[in-house]
Write a protein that binds this ligand. Sequence first.
Ligand SMILES: CC(=O)N[C@@H]([C@@H](O)[C@H](O)[C@H](O)CO)[C@@H](O)CC(=O)C(=O)O
Length: 308
Amino acid sequence: MTPSTKLQGLVAATITPMTPDGQINLSVIRQYVDYLVSEQNVKNVFVNGTTGEGLSLNIQERKQLAEEWVCQGKDKLDHVIIHVGALSLPESQELARHAAAIGASGIAVIAPFFFKPTNKDELIAFLQKVASEAPAVPFYYYHIPPLTGVKIRVEGLLDGIKERIPTFQGVKFSDTDLLDLAQCINKNEREQFAFLYGVDEQLLSALAIGADGAVGSTYNYLGRKTNLMLQAFAKPDLALARRYQFLTGEFLNFVIKLGFGVAQTKAVMTFVSGIPMGPPRLPLVDASEEFIVKAKAKLDSIVWPDGD
Ligand SMILES: CC(=O)N[C@@H]([C@@H](O)[C@H](O)[C@H](O)CO)[C@@H](O)CC(=O)C(=O)O
């Protein structure tokens, strides 16, 4: 792993594979790493986040998953970022210490979402207490207001954050407020922070305003196609980049109408990669057979510009 390099490009928000009886299934993670690298050309992962059902796992499971990803990713992945956010500060701190001890290349923390911070100072105070437990590990704030309900704008959070959190390295920005993202990027004059966008269906818009890359669920199975979009954008061939975005959007628009979330992501990844992702953990329930048949037919029907 190369933790010193700035995080950019695509980061797969990893799924947590589970056995049919609902235990975490560490045995497929080696195959999962190889699949991401060789089939999707994705060499960065974000473990135990939303897609990974991190907040539905116990501390022991989260540590085991983090260890397995770091171990299997050695010499294969560039960055293994571990999400260590939790409702309980001591638990989050314990996970941060653990991530540091196992050699994770970064940690990320979501805003606590039961008792919520009501302003940026309260939020930073929480983040700071976690980050300081891993003083040599790059720290990312994980902003996902649709799920946390914490709508504190990131732009304001950035003011003086490096003084409060010396390891602060950037933001995983999973919100549709592109004005907030743009203001963050505008403030990041020295380009010291990384802004990774987390709404996959709108990534091209975020790239246009300067996002460094993206963290998302679809890069597990559409990483190769999205990488082609990134290449087209860099060239620049905007017409081609748009084509890729419209096609991934066409798929997502279709499945969102059917009902799309982490359970469905597990099902899609299973049929695309052949790696069994298993069921989600309650309160999430398995994707229906009808969903699987329709989603597969839709994905198979897409004709990509690269001829696939
Ligand atoms: C709400 C949600 O799950 N958002 C996803 C997206 O990748 C999302 O699945 C995608 O944009 C499709 O809507 C990511 O932002 C979540 C993520 O990166 C994570 O698993 O931590």
